[in-house]
Design a protein around this ligand. Structure first.
Ligand code: N2P
Length: 369
C-alpha cells in the first residue's frame, strides 16, 4: 500500500513537471534574430516593437555586405531577418539563400513606394525576396570649418576631383581621412570618375580604377565602413568617402553635442552610386512568423518615418512620406530630385570571375600588394 502511494505520488510529480514544462514553453518569449547594418535603426523602434508584439529582438550589426554574405552562404546563420544591398540580394537569390516572401503576411507592404519597388525589381524581379528598408548614396562627407580653413572660404567640395586628385586629397591628410572599406562603393566611384562604366567587368578598367585609388592611399588614415560616423562628429577626422545617412547622422550628432563641429555631405557632380538595402528572411530561419511580424512593423508608415527622420536615409515607404520631417524629405541629398537622380547610378551583381578580380584588386588597394 505504501509502495503504491509512493508510486502514485511520483506519478503525480511527473505529471506536474510535464505540465509545468508545457506552461513555461508556451509562456516562453518569442524571439526574432535581426542582423542589420550598423547605425541603421532609430533608438526606440525595436523596443516599441517588443512592447507591442511581445517578440524579443536579438539585434546584431555588420558594416559590410561581405560579412553578411559569408554567414548566409555558410548556412545556419541563426538570423531571421537580414538586410543585403540590392546587388548582393540579387546573387544571393540565385544561391537560394532566402525564403520567398508570403505577402499575405506583410499587409503593410501596401505602403511600399512603387518607384523603389521598381528599382528593386532589377535585382529581385517580382519583388519576391526583399522589401526595401532604406536607400541612400555614396558620396563625400567633410568638416565644413576645417575645409574652409584648408581650401579658403569660397572653395567648394562638389567633385570627385577632391578625392581622386592626389594633390587635393593630400590637403586633408593631417586632419584625418577615412574611406569605406568597400570595393563595391569605391571602385565604381573611381570608374565613373574616369569616364568608365561603373558596372564594367573588364579587367583593364578595374585595374585603372584600382590604380587611381592606390595613388591616393597614402593619404587615407583608415579604410573602415562605420567608424567615420563618430570620428566625423567628434572632429577626429575631417574627410570621408562614405554613406549619405551615416555622414548626416554625424552632422546631427555633432549639432546635438554642441561641439561646434559642422558636417557637410556632397553628391559629387560627376555622379554617385545609389544603393538599396533590403529586408529579407533566410531560407533556414527558425522564427519565420516573428520575422514577418518585424518586417511588417518596419513597414508601418510611422515607424518608417521615425527611422528616416533619425537616420537621414530615404525609405521605400510611400505612406511614410507625409510623416517625414520636411527638413529630411526636402533635402535633395536624401530624397534626390529629378536633376539629382540623373547623376546617380546603380550597380548590379558581378559574375564570380569579375568578383574575384575586384576582391584581389581591393586587397592590393588596401595593402599595397
Ligand atoms: C548604414 C549603411 C548602410 C549603407 N549605416 C550600405 N549599403
Amino acid at each position: 500500500m505504501q509502495k503504491q502511494s509512493r508510486r502514485l505520488a511520483s506519478l503525480a510529480g511527473m505529471i506536474a513537471t510535464v505540465l509545468l514544462f508545457a506552461v513555461s514553453a508556451s509562456a516562453e518569449e518569442r524571439t526574432v534574430n535581426f542582423y542589420n547594418w550598423s547605425n541603421y535603426m532609430a533608438p526606440g523602434v525595436l523596443e516599441d516593437f517588443t512592447k507591442e508584439t511581445g517578440v524579443k529582438v536579438v539585434y546584431d550589426t555588420f558594416d559590410a555586405n561581405e560579412t553578411l554574405e559569408t554567414r548566409l552562404l555558410a548556412g545556419k546563420s541563426g538570423y531571421d531577418v537580414v538586410v543585403p544591398t540590392g546587388y548582393f540580394l540579387q546573387r544571393q537569390i540565385t544561391a537560394k539563400v532566402f525564403l520567398k516572401l508570403d505577402k499575405s503576411k506583410l499587409p503593410n507592404l501596401a505602403n511600399a513606394w512603387p518607384v523603389v519597388t521598381g528599382q528593386l525589381a532589377t535585382y529581385d524581379p517580382g519583388n519576391n525576396f526583399g522589401a526595401n528598408y532604406m536607400w541612400g548614396t555614396t558620396g563625400i562627407g567633410y568638416n565644413v570649418k576645417v575645409a574652409e580653413k584648408i581650401l579658403g572660404p569660397d572653395a567648394k567640395i562638389d567633385s570627385w576631383d577632391m578625392v581622386f586628385k592626389p594633390e587635393n586629397l593630400a590637403k586633408f591628410k593631417d586632419c584625418g581621412i577615412h574611406m569605406l572599406d568597400s570595393a563595391d562603393d569605391i571602385l565604381p566611384a573611381a570608374l565613373s570618375y574616369l569616364g568608365l562604366d561603373p558596372n564594367s567587368t573588364k579587367q583593364a578598367d578595374l585595374e585603372k580604377a584600382a590604380d587611381l585609388v592606390i595613388k591616393i592611399r597614402p593619404y587615407v588614415r583608415k579604410f573602415h565602413s562605420s567608424e567615420y560616423l563618430s570620428a566625423l562628429a567628434s572632429g577626429e577626422i575631417c574627410f570621408v568617402v562614405g554613406w549619405s545617412g551615416d555622414i548626416m547622422q554625424a552632422r546631427s550628432r555633432a549639432a546635438e553635442a554642441k561641439t561646434g563641429v559642422e558636417i557637410g555631405y556632397t553628391i559629387p557632380k560627376e555622379g554617385a552610386q545609389m544603393f538599396f538595402d533590403n529586408l529579407a528572411i533566410p531560407a533556414d530561419a527558425k522564427n519565420v512568423a516573428e520575422a514577418y511580424e518585424l518586417i511588417n512593423y518596419l513597414y508601418r508608415p510611422d515607424v518608417a518615418a521615425k527611422n528616416s527622420n533619425f537616420l537621414s536615409y530615404a525609405n521605400g515607404n510611400l505612406a511614410s512620406q507625409k510623416l517625414i520631417d520636411p527638413k529630411i524629405f526636402n533635402d535633395k541629398n536624401i530624397y534626390p530630385d529629378e536633376a539629382m537622380q540623373k547623376k546617380l547610378f546603380v550597380i548590379t551583381a558581378r559574375d564570380p570571375a569579375t568578383q574575384r578580380i575586384i576582391n584581389r584588386l581591393w586587397t592590393r588597394v588596401k595593402t599595397g600588394r
